[in-house]
Design a binder for this molecule. Structure first.
Ligand SMILES: NC(=O)C1=CN([C@@H]2O[C@H](COP(=O)(O)OP(=O)(O)OC[C@H]3O[C@@H](n4cnc5c(N)ncnc54)[C@H](OP(=O)(O)O)[C@@H]3O)[C@@H](O)[C@H]2O)C=CC1
Ligand SMILES: CC(=O)N[C@@H](CCC(=O)OP(=O)(O)O)C(=O)O
Length: 347
């Protein structure tokens, strides 16, 4: 498949992750977007709604049920939780591969999923077949899977920051803390009071402190890495910026034999989208804005047994659309960096 352009469908082309997919796919050497759906904007030209895509995307929004998706090689769902699971069985049966940017297939345990997402799963039989799409953890499984569950934005920043420590067994897996902050685009493009400029600007708040739906997702991945149950406290915050996630991660060391900086550098030496900075540096969200990179750094304080990892991503790129395209590249046998090999935007 690697010498022919793949036909790509995007369900939910008017949301922030959908538009980000279109921006990135427009320059992809091996992919051609043939269907972009929106129920509210069907019939309109994509580039009439999103001026940044003028001259790059020449398709109209179509209805998700008009049959066009079944003719694609691969379909991205950039839709709210609970939407993809209604159509995925039919698409898989038609031979279409699927990447869901929402959470429908991220949690393996159906009961846990229903508890956190407040609904019955429409196709629980597919939960085992779906592969959790964190390339740094599951690259080989992603390559052959018909259905990939793209990780959530916070789970991406947190898991990449903690994997080396848990895989090596050098920290106490029962007591991990993840203090994470996101820009407002993480809440999507729909009108919501919390996302209003006058609410979010010049303000900073925690939310979901008594339990956010990304908690079980992060625990599931970290448990796989650690090989034992993980105790995690995860608190997200909303910060007055548009893009970006910063996660500050804390863990108690149980072994002091390892050089932690070398551990991280070795773990990620072949990862094209993980950059381990020199110890003590402070990666900023602006260093990854618009790019598919996750930047990390390690820290130790005097007379402390705690290792601190700071991790940054762009929530719409490595936290959503960029990682989804990385997964597409792996699934379709393209270079993993195809269409994604560009630096962040400054300022
Ligand atoms: N924003 C972020 O940083 C991240 C988001 N995600 C996840 O990605 C998904 C999309 O997020 P985001 O782009 O922010 O969301 P938005 O709310 O911005 O966009 C949602 C899109 O889905 C479409 N849609 C809504 N309901 C349906 C339906 N029933 N059938 C078909 N299409 C539908 C909408 O178009 P229309 O109503 O016109 O059809 C719209 O294009 C979500 O599940 C989100 O949790 C994941 C990681 C990061
Ligand atoms: C700032 C903000 O509101 N962020 C979102 C996370 C968005 C996301 O990616 O979540 P899913 O893909 O798992 O739905 C939130 O906390 O709900």
């Amino acid at each position: 498949m690697s010498d022919k352009k793949a036909s790509i469908g995007v369900v939910g082309g008017t949301g922030y992750t959908g538009v980000e997919l279109l921006r990135l796919l427009a320059i992809h050497p091996n992919a051609e977007v043939v269907a972009v759906t929106s129920r509210s904007e069907k019939g309109k030209k994509v580039s009439d709604l999103f001026a940044n895509l003028r001259g790059h995307v020449d398709v109209e929004f179509s209805d998700p049920d008009d049959g066009a998706l079944k003719n694609c090689d691969l379909v991205f769902f950039a839709t709210p939780n609970g939407v993809a699971m209604q159509s995925v069985p039919e698409l898989l049966a038609a031979g279409v591969r699927v990447i869901d940017l929402a959470a429908d297939f991220r949690i393996k345990d159906e009961k846990v999923w229903s508890t956190w997402y407040g609904q019955q799963h429409a196709c629980p039989e597919l939960l085992d077949r779906a592969v959790y799409g964190l390339p740094e953890l599951n690259r080989e499984l992603i390559a052959s899977s018909p259905l990939v569950a793209n990780p959530g934005c916070y789970p991406t920043a947190v898991q990449i920051g903690l994997l080396p420590l848990l895989e090596a067994g050098v920290v106490d897996a029962r007591r991990i803390i993840a203090d994470a902050k996101s820009g407002v685009s993480g809440a999507g493009r729909q009108a919501k009071v919390d996302s209003l400029f006058a609410e979010a600007a010049e303000s900073f708040k925690a939310y979901g402190a008594s339990g956010h739906r990304h908690l079980p997702e992060i625990k599931q991945g970290l448990t796989q890495a650690a090989g034992e149950a993980v105790g995690l406290t995860f608190v997200p915050h909303l910060v007055p910026m548009v893009r970006g996630i910063e996660a500050t991660l804390y863990a108690d060391l149980v072994s002091h034999d390892q050089d932690l900086q070398s551990l991280f550098e070795k773990r990620y030496q072949n990862e094209p989208f993980v950059d381990v900075l020199p110890a003590g540096e402070h990666p900023a969200t602006r260093s990854v804005k618009g790019s598919n990179m996750c930047r990390l750094a390690l820290h130790r304080q005097p007379d402390s047994n705690v290792v601190i990892v700071t991790s940054v991503i762009d929530n719409l790129v490595k936290g959503a659309a960029g990682q989804a395209i990385q997964n597409m590249n792996i699934m379709l046998g393209y270079a993993e960096t195809a269409g994604l090999n560009f630096p962040a935007v400054l300022p």
